[in-house]
Design a protein around this ligand. Structure first.
Ligand code: PLP
Length: 674
């Protein structure tokens, strides 16, 4: 038998191994997972024979509470456990807020803010499922994103999040410290590693996390990697991007990985180009270009990084400024990272077909480079146990790709199987009962139509659309049937405009107190991956109402369809493709303003709240009628169109997954030979 522990220790230099991790990393076992898998992943990345991919992202969404659940021999710090949080609702049980707690739940690795990070996390899991030689680079956010509190009359009140990376299971500080020489200082960064295993634990990919909290650094530099997306200070914003991009390239080099392609997930990582150009010691764009691909995730202006050249000049050496000046400057004085990436990457992808069209409209000069590869989700992460059980019973292979085409064919064949339809409904009800058990103080009922809007709170996503005309909402609930509505999401802590949405929503919820026999609204603090999974698989209808065409893709609805949850959605992002591909009965209700091909992109602040909310209510009324025709207080019409739509949703999940997405990255962006 090979001595994997010895090899692990040679390959991975864990800081204070004996003192900190000797109990959890033992022969054969890495926090309860196979150690061999890690050794093999490291060998592959070091091998000169295997061309590998490095994936850079500012954030990664990974939830140890239900996937990659490492076991820890020593106690996990209480700072890493889910704190008590409040629920705001119109039910007024005792008070506006009722504290709510899930015992013994470890927090998600607090290094993400929303969908972009969750996609990056799912990408790593699928890369591991497929055994792809890939290493990921990110930042160890010492204070995470932030902890969210809802205060009535104040809206969102952010609080600093404190957690303990040393007792977070599976997270390892390395001895390796790299140095980024800058004009005003040498910035030192410690490397950490976190391994993401595939669903069968046969492969893993390392996630390398950079940390500036070192004694060698100036006190203010130690805080650079504290908070994700700190935006109140352009120096810090610039430094965070230098750490990810330049630090990331140096980290890969220090680890000795043999990388052929660098995949920059969103523009935040653009400084990797600058570092690599410097390392190549030539300004030969062509050789640089061959190494880089870039995924552009948003048509919204705030998603594209721009910095005053003079601010960059304060920190970056002259040759770096020269390179940026040649390849990514607009109006003579502003560095535009998106331009830099468009100029210097061989391939660029938008994240859904519609988004490809919009990106080509926004960047006509790069039209030929821009292709679309639609986002996905990691099926084993997001499928509920009961739906997985249903797949198993009907011998539909789930696997990392959700059964591929075979699985979807089988679902189509089962459409007319009455027992299957009953079992599908029962699996869905079991999910809903679990939701009811968790929120039992709010008396969540399994035979009441339940909707959810949960995602990052950004203006174009229109979090308050369903509250635009509360009277109409109440009318539907009274006339057609009762409605339960879950709401959750974080707003960027420095975005005051968006913060007011939360305040408005709370006021509206409060004003609906007397209608709570018909309309129950439950608003959760600190939306995270755990709640994302719970809500996407257990409500009846997933509400998605971004203003077209500003939702590049969106992924939460993909989690919902996998579990047979219908869509109440505008036609944007991934939904455009889904609506096109769906069998005749559709996947729910599509409503609202549509962006037509060839039309200008439009104004992201013209939210069309009145016209689109009117359509939303009409569609909601239709769905509510159909729901209560299907489920008459537990008596089910098994031939209902509702169940056909559930099946249609599930069939589509065989396309909307990260396994398919990574195959496309490999075949259309990376072109690495394995
Ligand atoms: C899936 C997910 C998102 C992304 O939702 P969108 O619909 O793409 O906006 C954001 N946050 C969490 C916690 C998620 O799980």
């Amino acid at each position: 038998m090979e001595d994997y522990l010895k090899e692990f220790q040679t390959l991975v230099k864990v800081n204070k191994f004996e003192e900190r991790y000797a109990q959890e990393i033992i022969p054969e076992s890495f926090f309860g997972f196979p150690l061999q898998t890690i050794v093999e992943a490291e060998r592959k990345l070091l091998s000169q024979e295997v061309p590998s991919v490095a994936y850079f992202s500012m954030e990664y969404g990974l939830a140890t509470s239900f996937y990659n659940s490492f076991q820890s021999a020593k106690p996990v710090s209480e700072f890493n456990m889910l704190p008590k949080q409040n629920i705001f609702s119109n039910m007024r049980i005792r008070d506006y807020y009722v504290p709510f707690h899930i015992e013994n739940r470890i927090i998600d690795l607090p290094i993400y803010s929303g969908g972009l990070g969750v996609l990056a996390g799912d990408t790593l899991k699928s890369a591991a499922d497929l055994g792809m030689p890939l290493a990921a680079v990110g930042i160890l956010w010492r204070k995470g994103y932030f902890k969210q509190n809802f205060w009535f009359k104040d809206g969102q009140v952010p609080e600093e999040l404190n957690w303990d990376p040393y007792s977070y299971p599976g997270l390892l500080p390395l001895d390796t410290v790299i140095k980024v020489p800058l004009k005003d200082q040498d910035l030192h960064l410690r490397l950490w590693k976190y391994y993401v295993y595939g669903f069968n634990k046969k492969h893993a990919v390392p996630l390398i996390l950079l940390d500036s909290n070192l004694d060698e650094n100036k006190p203010e530099s130690r805080k650079l990697t504290d908070q994700l997306y700190r935006s109140d200070n352009s120096y810090i914003k610039i430094m965070q991007r230098i750490i990810l991009g330049m630090g990331g390239i140096k980290a890969i080099k220090a680890l000795g990985y043999h990388i052929e392609k660098y995949h920059l997930n969103e523009g935040h990582a653009a400084m990797a180009l600058v570092e690599k150009a410097d390392a190549l010691k030539e300004n030969n764009l062509h050789s640089l270009e061959k190494n880089f691909v870039y995924t552009c995730h948003t048509p919204v202006a705030a998603g594209h990084d721009r910095f005053a050249l003079k601010d960059l000049e304060k920190v970056l050496p002259e040759e770096n400024i020269e390179f940026i000046g040649k390849n990514g400057v607009e109006n003579g004085d502003t560095a535009n990272f998106t331009l830099l990436l468009m100029n210097c990457c061989e391939h660029v992808n938008a994240v859904a077909k519609k988004h490809g069209e919009i990106t080509r409209l926004q960047f006509p000069h790069y039209e030929k480079k821009i292709q679309s590869i639609t986002n996905g989700i990691h099926i084993p992460t997001w499928i509920s146990d009961d739906i997985a059980g249903l797949f198993k019973k009907y011998e539909i292979e789930i696997g990392p790709c959700g059964g591929g085409h075979e699985g979807s064919k089988n679902l189509e064949k089962l459409r007319t199987n009455e027992q299957f339809r009953r079992d599908l409904w029962a699996a869905h009800q079991a999910n809903k009962q679990r939701l009811g058990a968790i929120f039992k103080s709010w008396d969540v009922k399994e035979n009441v139509l339940t909707l959810c809007w949960a995602r990052r709170i950004a203006a174009y996503k229109r979090p308050s659309l369903i509250f635009q005309d509360p009277r109409r909402l109440v009318e539907i609930a009274k006339k057609v049937g009762p409605i339960q509505l879950f709401i959750a999401g974080k707003a960027h802590p420095n975005d005051n405009l968006v913060g007011t949405f939360i305040n408005d929503i709370m006021n509206t919820i409060d004003s609906l107190g007397k209608h709570n026999p018909y309309l129950r609204i439950i608003m959760l603090e600190n939306y995270d991956i755990f709640f994302g999974k719970l809500l996407t698989n257990s409500v009846d209808v997933w509400l998605n109402n971004p203003l077209p065409p500003f939702e590049a893709s969106g992924t939460s609805g993909m989690k919902a369809i996998l579990n047979g949850v219908l869509q109440l959605s505008t036609l944007d992002g991934w939904v455009v493709e889904a609506a096109d591909a769906a069998p005749a009965a559709g996947i729910g209700e599509i409503f609202g303003y549509k962006h037509k091909s060839g039309d200008p992109v439009g104004n992201e602040l013209d939210l069309r709240l009145d016209t689109d909310s009117a359509e939303l209510y009409n569609s909601l009324e239709k769905l509510t009628k159909l729901y209560y025709a299907t489920n008459e207080n537990g008596k089910i019409d098994i031939n209902s169109k509702w169940i056909d739509m559930m099946i249609n949703c599930m069939i589509l999940s065989h396309y909307f997954n990260t396994c398919r997405m990574l195959g496309e990255y490999r075949d259309r962006m990376w072109f690495v030979k394995e």
